[in-house]
Design a protein. Structure first.
Length: 60
């Protein structure tokens, strides 16, 4: 990790996690909207299309 020891990385990660949790616990924090059925459908269509293109490419 480019000169960063595992211990330093873990400490930095822990500080970042604590900062994010603090931010989310604030009363005015606006959570993002939930993953809807439309989002899931879009994800499935994109994944199926990508798989189809990979298989088509392998077939060519």
């Amino acid at each position: 990790m480019r000169g960063i020891s595992a211990s330093d990385y873990e400490q930095r990660l822990q500080r970042e996690i604590e900062a994010k949790v603090e931010e989310m616990e604030r009363p005015g924090y606006v959570f993002p909207r939930r993953f809807s059925r439309g989002d899931a459908l879009l994800w499935a269509v994109v994944a199926a299309g990508s798989l189809a293109l990979v298989l088509l490419g392998a077939w060519l």
